[in-house]
Design a protein around this ligand. Structure first.
Ligand code: 5RP
Length: 236
């Protein structure tokens, strides 16, 4: 599965491989979205097919659901699972408090719901995503399509009073059309450079009418597994 990988894919693969060591027989597992999470789903699939591991997976996107089924993982909905033992997912940024920015892949809403409904969340990542202060990666905010320009303007107005460096918000596009999430919503990416108080920003953003959820994951992640291009793995 891992033959001849680039250093970045090696980093993602070794982090994913280490993370599946935390998965035990009978667990209900949240399956994240993105290229790193895809490695984890493939590793889990291998354990299911070759070692007889019995798990039920709750995917965080249609993409992940398709991959999970393809590799042999039993897929159930969150409503069927109700609560999960563990979620394993990627991230776009993480800081020393294990707070995250997620949603680069557009799946932040399901990802946050699933991670929050889990006893533990493990993030798998490469070292480039570790930051002192969150914010260099544009913060995704999921908004409903109705009145999206007004919601975007309200977000920008709100940012003007916050402890952030930038205030620019851009609608995420898919070609020339607005990007549409699995829930039929749009995403606005906030170019903030530095988020002084992520907890406060997260609460304030979610107060704005039209905002469904934002990509700040505060106090949700329990463990970060960092893979390196030379095959080393750190568990924090
Ligand atoms: C998707 C996410 C992803 O976990 C995040 O974008 C990282 O993706 P990748 O592993 O491809 O770098 O939050 O919404």
């Amino acid at each position: 599965m891992s033959g001849n990988l680039s250093p970045i894919d090696t980093a993602k693969f070794v982090a994913a491989k280490r993370a599946v060591d935390f998965v035990e027989d009978g667990m209900r597992v949240g399956l994240g979205t993105g290229s790193t999470a895809a490695w984890m789903v493939r590793c889990l699939g291998e354990l299911v097919r070759e070692d007889g591991l019995r798990i039920q997976g709750v995917p965080t996107s249609t993409r992940t659901a398709e991959l999970a089924r393809k590799v042999g993982i039993e897929v159930i909905s969150l409503d069927e699972a109700k609560w999960l033992d563990l979620t394993i997912d990627g991230a776009d940024e993480f800081d020393s408090d294990l707070n995250l920015i997620k949603g680069g892949g557009g799946a932040l809403l399901q990802e946050k719901i699933v991670a929050t409904a889990s006893d533990r969340m493990i993030v798998i990542t490469d070292a480039t995503k570790q930051v002192d202060t969150l914010g260099a990666f544009p913060l995704p905010v999921e908004i409903i399509p109705f009145g999206w320009q007004t919601t975007k303007a309200l977000i920008e107005e709100t940012l003007a009073g916050m402890d952030v460096l930038g205030e620019q918000a851009t609608l995420r596009l898919n070609g020339e059309a607005p990007y549409v999430t699995d829930e039929g919503n749009h995403i606005v990416d906030l170019h903030l450079q530095r988020i002084g108080n992520p907890r406060h920003l997260s609460l304030v953003l979610n107060q704005i009418p039209g905002v469904v959820e934002n990509g700040l994951f505060i106090d949700i992640c329990d463990i970060v597994i960092i893979g390196h291009g030379d095959g080393r793995v750190e568990v924090n």
